[in-house]
Design a protein. Structure first.
Lengths: 549, 519
């Protein structure tokens, strides 16, 4: 009774829902343009995403939002991808962004889709890759607040329709390589017209277009990259690719790639131990198709240890008539589709961005999925909505690793809204110890949702660095006095066309004690860091004492 | 057209819509009934719009009768529900069926279709409720029980699912065995799963989903080769029970566009006979539809009816002379029939309009066959992407590229083909020789050439493959070994009585004799 009384008192003084929409007050005024001409062209409904990354190394996350603009072959229109600097006041923790696009020198020229971020030259400054329908662009961060377009010099362009991309080090040479996902061979002149069963015009199923192969670029370490796709075997199979995530799926110490394809089987490119060759083993691993053997229209991806058994489980978003799919890792790189068992089977929503994160810092990774249809929704058509693809986003709470429960209704007014969501980036924008969210909407605004509940519990934040940059793919285990360690991996990709905070947050619930973590570096070395006080961010570097951010 | 196809409609159009403004729902006829949110007719295909108008008129004729009986009004709602259901206007169909059931609660057919609608839309608890009621209304109907089993599987009520499927073994053996296998698989009883699923596959060898479950069961047993084989089985085919009530919905579908949607989906699923049937209906509904005729032509071509396929595709081009798919398909059919001039004409048009992989491949193959080297290379250069699935085309192109000094392009092309088809001996041999002896020395990779040549020789011993060994060794500067391999290859040619090769090898042999044998 006493506990209940105190809990109610606490509740009265605090926000009643986990997330508040602070877009306007944060200074984010980005609106995505899809270049719709009324001809219902497929690219209109595919973009776009964005990135959360600390481009100016001031300790807070900045925001890059990708605009699409005019589809090549239609009315000229300049896309306006934007870079916003986070001018966080450490005292008040008020999130305040300033549009620094002009000053930054970033000028995107294509019909934008997504972004990847990583320090390609190990100079300590995070660089940016922007994917497009048409040429992609690589921007090198000069470290003075400006970027230079080094696409041509670096040889990282891909003229195809690229969607997601990721930086990862496949050969463990200490340099980030680049993987670019390509979708279909599209041109306006192809004139594909599609209809609903009743005969009304609608957006096409991508099967009417030819899939195109993905691309792997090896980082030569001198500012240039080499296209090694054919040599690596990546071009051996094509798919209509939309999402990508790099991780060591078979736990052999080498980073693999998982690609979400739209209507084709998903691919799990197993890295043949750094030899430069990859082989697709998605079918045997159990992650190519769903449990009925059907390839799905897959878009977004995330991978994390949601049941605290020490290995990572996989979530893939799909079309509204398919349900998203959740694959449990059963060990040794094998997975099983257990969507229904975990309460995640649901029709009626087309999922794009998705991310596991512990929004309430109870130690269990929850799930957010952002949605938006790709074919007209009858109820919205009847209401005369000019863009009838809008859907609600979802928050699902992890119930002790056994199943997920939909808590959207209690997640805040921001989740009552209907949008056409695509990219989802997650990160602690105000450095207060819980994960905030940025949702990138198609033909709509980017929305900033502040987490108002996570830091009511204790937490531990870590940024893991190697050679000055984020130690992508390093795993960090929080050692617990009882039970198995909490495992997290330094990840900058996944979701859909988006980049998230590379820092790791461990929810500690009521545990206010100092903590220890074990870092497994990319080369396999394990290092323990002890006596980390909670409720702050620590910077961990190999062989160095931890320091507070 | 089967029930499977109805389900494909669902997959194809999930969220099918009308673009028109809402013309308003059909108001509830009685206070206890629901409004039916009808689609607007404005932008529906006219034949479909007329069908809806007629159905609405028929409904209103019944509904406005002064003393309409519950039974008659329920029948009118049921008929309205079926047509809405057939076109995937789920909300309208649901309201209609619910109204029918409020008027006649024991109507087994309405319960059955409403249960099916809920199953299609993922509302499994409601589906269970309706199917259970339908089972009470129609206790001897095995189809309802089969659907119940499917839903129990979906909601992971494995014991209930097992009970249902055990009862159905004699009635629907494939459905029952597949269901029992799936239950066993989820319970981790892999041997039992294999037993049931093998029995199901024996009766339905094309049912891809059963193969998938079987593959997973073999994986669970650690029998990975069998697992891979079944997991990769992508043949189209379903094992669902015949459901006359659901199948009857398909017969309501009218209009070109709906049938084109059906045809495309069936074609993509590899169900070419169903695709042919759907596209035929589309052509019947709209003889001037190029899209319908192209679809019909493609489906006919797939099932080997070349002459009627050509007829349909040519008819399509009379309607739409720029239709790239029609040109490409015609080109490919003519190519197969050896009518090269006609094939070339169509393939050139399609490539000019869309220089993509699907148009480039057949054109380049034909140009190589006709020795039109420059045009073949030009097409290769202009293609936005290019398939390497035809060995002859790849090797022919690589020779042309090398002849013109484009050694890097040649190596990349053959390398890509080799990685895709590592078992192809000619491709591996060509790659080995290019890597060992390409005039641009910066592109050479003697070690890889030797690895490839060794693999080829071990797989297929022949004088020519022995010579590949010598070439690779020479590139590595291992001249003595290279010379020995040349002798060996020559001796083999002699043994085989291949005088020409033996003479050529003898003529080449002196190149390997010295200490600077690198080509």
């Amino acid at each position: 009774m006493l506990a209940m009384c105190c809990r109610l008192v606490v509740m009265q003084g605090q926000p009643s829902s986990p997330f508040s929409d602070v877009t306007a007050e944060s200074g984010i005024d980005f609106h995505h343009h899809n270049g719709a001409t009324g001809n219902l062209l497929l690219p209109e409904v595919i973009g776009a995403g964005g990135a959360l990354f600390d481009y100016d190394n001031d300790g807070d996350l900045d925001l890059f939002a990708v605009d699409s603009g005019a589809i090549p072959g239609t009315t000229p229109f300049v896309s306006r991808s934007r870079l916003y600097r986070n001018d966080l006041d450490p005292a008040t923790r008020r999130i305040r962004f300033t549009d620094v696009t002009e000053r930054s020198g970033i000028v995107t020229t294509g019909y934008g889709m997504g972004a990847a971020a990583g320090d390609i030259d190990n100079d300590g400054w995070i660089d940016l890759y922007v994917t497009s329908l048409g040429s992609n662009q690589l921007f090198r961060n000069r470290g003075d607040g400006t970027f230079v377009d080094m696409t041509a010099a670096s040889k990282t362009d891909d003229p195809r329709w690229s969607t997601s991309a990721t930086f990862f080090d496949y050969d463990r040479d200490g340099r980030l390589d680049l993987f670019v996902v390509n979708y279909v061979d599209f041109a306006v002149a192809m004139k594909r017209e599609c209809f609903s069963s009743g005969g009304a015009r609608d957006y096409c199923n991508p099967v009417v277009y030819t899939p195109t192969p993905d691309r792997l670029f090896h980082n030569n370490g001198d500012g240039t990259f080499t296209d090694v796709s054919a040599k690596a075997g990546i071009t051996r199979a094509t798919g209509r690719g939309l999402g990508v995530l790099a991780a060591d799926f078979n736990e052999d110490g080498w980073t693999d790639l998982y690609v979400a394809n739209d209507g084709d089987g998903n691919q799990l490119w197993i890295n043949e131990r750094g030899s430069g060759v990859f082989r697709d083993d998605a079918l045997l691993a159990g992650v190519a198709v769903n449990r009925t053997g059907q390839a799905q229209g897959s878009m977004g991806i995330d991978l994390a240890d949601i049941d605290r058994d020490g290995d990572e489980d996989l979530f893939v978003t799909n079309l509204d008539n398919e349900s998203n799919t959740f694959y449990v890792n059963t060990g040794k790189g094998l997975f099983e589709d257990r969507t229904s068992e975990f309460g995640l089977f649901r029709l009626g929503f087309t999922g794009f961005g998705a991310r596991f994160f512990d929004y309430d810092n109870d130690g269990w990774l929850d799930l957010m999925v952002v949605n938006g249809a790709v074919r007209h929704l009858p109820a919205q058509v009847r209401k005369g909505d000019p863009y009838p693809l809008k859907q609600r986003n979802h928050v699902l709470r992890n119930e002790s690793g056994r199943r997920f429960v939909d808590v959207t209704a209690a997640a805040g007014p921001a989740f009552d809204r209907l949008d056409v969501a695509r990219g989802l980036s997650v990160g602690d924008l105000d450095n207060d110890g819980d994960s905030d969210v940025v949702i990138f909407n198609n033909s709509g605004p980017a929305r900033v949702l502040r987490n108002d509940v996570g830091n009511r519990q204790h937490w531990l934040g870590v940024r893991v660095l190697d050679r000055g940059g984020d130690a992508v793919q390093a795993t960090v285990a929080l050692v617990r006095r009882t039970g198995v360690p909490l495992m997290r991996r330094v990840q900058i990709d996944g979701s859909y066309c988006a980049v998230s905070d590379p820092r790791l947050l461990f929810g500690l619930a009521a545990d206010a004690a100092t903590q220890s973590v074990r870092v497994r570096w990319a080369d396999g070395r394990v290092e323990e860091f002890r006596d980390l006080a909670p409720d702050r961010y620590w910077i961990l570097e190999a062989g160095k004492a931890p320091r507070v951010q | 057209m089967t029930r499977a196809l109805v389900f494909l409609v669902v997959l194809a159009i999930g969220g099918a819509t009308s673009h028109a403004q809402d013309v308003g729902a059909i108001a509830p006829v009685r206070p206890e009934l629901l409004a039916v949110p009808m689609p607007s007719f404005d932008e529906l295909e006219s034949i479909v719009a007329n069908q809806f108008r007629e159905q609405r008129t028929a409904f209103e004729r019944v509904a406005t009768q002064v003393k309409v009986s519950d039974k008659d009004l329920a029948a009118a709602y049921y008929a309205l529900g079926r047509i809405c259901h057939a076109y995937e206007f789920f909300d309208a169909a649901e309201a209609s069926y619910v109204n029918a059931l409020r008027l006649t609660p024991q109507d087994g057919a309405a319960l059955h279709l409403l249960g099916y609608l809920y199953q299609q839309t993922g509302r499994y608890d409601e589906a269970l409720e309706r199917y259970s009621a339908a089972r009470r209304a129609k206790p001897n109907d095995p189809v309802v029980r089969a659907h119940l089993g499917e839903v129990y599987l979906h909601v992971n009520r494995l014991a209930d699912a097992r009970d249902i499927f055990q009862d159905l073994v004699d009635v629907f053996p494939v459905v029952a065995r597949a269901g029992l296998g799936e239950v066993a698989l989820r319970n981790g009883r892999f041997s039992e799963a294999v037993e049931h699923l093998e029995a199901a596959v024996a009766r339905a060898p094309n049912a891809a989903s059963v193969h998938y479950s079987l593959g997973m069961a073999y994986r669970g047993l650690g029998r990975l080769e069998q697992a891979r084989s079944h997991l990769a089985h992508r043949a189209a085919g379903s094992y669902h029970p015949a459901d006359p009530l659901v199948d009857s919905l398909t017969t309501l579908v009218r209009g070109e566009r709906a049938h084109v949607v059906l045809g495309r989906r069936a074609y993509e699923a590899g169900e070419f006979e169903d695709a042919r049937a759907a596209f035929s209906k589309a052509v019947e509904a709209a003889p001037s539809s190029a899209e319908a005729r192209v679809g019909l032509g493609m489906a006919l071509a797939q099932i080997g009816n070349a002459a009627p396929a050509i007829e349909q595709l040519q008819a399509a081009l009379r309607i739409d002379p720029d239709n790239t798919t029609a040109h490409t398909t015609l080109g490919v059919i003519f190519l197969r029939l050896g009518r090269e001039a006609e094939a070339l004409e169509h393939l050139r048009v399609s490539f000019r309009r869309e220089p993509a992989e699907e148009t480039a491949g057949p054109l380049i193959r034909l140009l190589l066959k006709l020795s039109r080297s420059d045009e073949a290379l030009d097409a290769f250069s202009r293609a936005r992407s290019f398939s390497v699935d035809d060995e002859g085309t790849v090797l022919g192109l690589s020779i042309l590229l090398a002849d013109r000094g484009r050694f890097r392009d040649a190596i990349e092309l053959v390398d890509s083909a080799h990685r895709q088809f590592p078992e192809r001996v000619r491709t591996a041999t060509t790659l080995a020789r290019l890597l060992a002896a390409t005039p641009d020395r910066t592109l050479r990779d003697g070690q890889r050439a030797l690895t490839l040549a060794t693999r080829v020789y071990e797989a297929q011993r022949s004088p020519v493959h022995g010579e590949s060994m010598a070439i690779a060794l020479a590139e590595l500067g291992r001249c003595q070994e290279a010379a020995a391999w040349m002798q060996r290859a020559t001796a083999e040619a002699d043994r085989e009585g291949d005088i020409t090769t033996a003479a050529r090898l003898r003529a080449e042999a002196p190149r390997y004799a010295g200490s600077t044998c690198r080509p």
